[in-house]
Design a protein around this ligand. Structure first.
Ligand SMILES: [Zn+2]
Length: 362
């Protein structure tokens, strides 16, 4: 969106739910950061306005940079805000000046990723899945005007809800000035939740972004493999050394466990889904054979099969991006292959038209 403010609607609608765990200012910084590239492009008359910054990978990089600069800008702006509301004696609107890490992380990542999603609905020049796919599955799902209206309505509703919640919950403590965010606890007895969830929340977050998201959304295994390899090659020795030398960092072992478990689960999931791809493609092979029975030849393209022999292309994998089916006929000999997620770009399933079976090549 060249008109950045509309993106804020997405932030304001979630703010009342996440309260202190979500920094609207960080979200705003993320919007400005995202639109630097299109801004420069408009100035210089570039053909593609939404390039690498408006992809999921670009958004992750920008979110990380935003995360680094946001805390100081947040404290400065909140100090200004607090001065204003105190001046008007609206003490219940005072915000804690120290923004929490969680709030910055959620603000930054939700900010850039929602930006890509919203822009993908509206701009033809966006390829959000690069370099994995040139497609834009979101394009045209709803109209340009509807996006603006929804964002505007979300912004107004969210702002009203936030002010209302602030007002009805007002108390001296809600001023937040005296409340230190995330105090570092003394190492006494901690519950399972604190040990495994709260203290490891950044590990969980990153494991989610790096392993669960790519595998579920794109059926991609390459990130999970990389994380798993890093955990084995770097994680295990460093935890071992730390425990030998310094009697151990307390949560190092737990963090390592998460870093091994999450990619393993993601890889198991991807391989399960992967094994079903040939089966899901069965309608294509059946249609090809029925076409040949009828005409004596295989069709030149798969599109020829639709709609008589094949109602529509089958869904091959549960993911945003569908694997690209390669089909051609050379000298009367058909060739059909599907990419296999377990090898990302490198492995394929090839259909053997004589034996009628799929063979996986790595
Ligand atoms: Zn944009």
């Amino acid at each position: 969106m060249p008109f950045t403010p509309f993106h804020m609607g997405a932030a304001l609608i979630v703010k009342p739910a996440l309260t202190r765990n979500f920094s609207v200012i960080t979200f705003g910084i993320a919007q400005v950061a995202m639109d630097i590239e299109p801004g420069i492009g408009m100035f210089t008359g570039a053909e593609v306005l939404h390039g690498p910054t408006h992809t999921i990978l670009g958004a992750l990089v920008i979110a990380y940079l935003v995360m680094l600069i946001a805390p100081s800008i947040c404290s400065y702006l909140q100090m200004k805000w607090n001065k204003e509301v105190i001046h008007y004696n609206l003490l219940w609107l005072v915000q804690s000046e120290a923004v929490t890490k969680t709030a910055v992380i959620i603000g930054a990542f939700f900010g850039t990723l929602s930006h890509v999603a919203l822009d993908s609905l509206m701009h033809h020049d966006i390829q959000p899945l690069l370099p994995f796919s040139q497609g834009n599955p979101l394009m045209g799902l709803i109209t340009h005007d509807e996006v603006y209206q929804l964002c505007g309505a979300a912004g107004v509703l969210g702002a009203i809800a936030w002010v209302a919640i602030k007002f009805f919950r007002r108390s001296p403590q809600d001023a937040g000035v005296s409340v230190a965010p995330e105090p570092m606890g003394v190492d006494t007895h901690k519950g399972t939740f604190v040990l495994w969830v709260k203290e490891l929340r950044f590990t969980w977050f990153w494991m989610f972004v790096l392993t669960v998201m790519p595998s579920v959304l794109y059926g991609s295994s390459i990130f999970s493999r990389t994380v798993l390899m890093a955990a084995v090659v770097i994680g295990i020795p460093s935890v071992a050394i730390a425990r030998l030398i310094a009697k151990g960092t307390k949560n190092g072992l737990r963090r390592l466990a998460v870093m091994l478990l999450m990619p393993l689960m993601a890889l198991t999931y991807v391989s399960q889904v992967d094994q079903q791809i040939p089966e899901n493609a069965t309608p294509i092979t059946i249609a090809l054979e029925s076409f040949r029975l009828e005409t004596g030849n295989y069709p030149d393209t798969l599109e020829t099969l639709i709609p008589k022999h094949l109602a529509k292309m089958p869904v091959l994998r549960f993911s945003i991006e569908q694997p690209h089916v390669t089909y051609r006929v050379t000298n009367g000999k058909p060739y059909l292959s599907l990419p296999s997620a377990m090898g990302d770009m490198f492995a394929i399933f090839e259909y053997n038209f004589e034996t009628k079976v799929w063979i996986q090549y790595f």
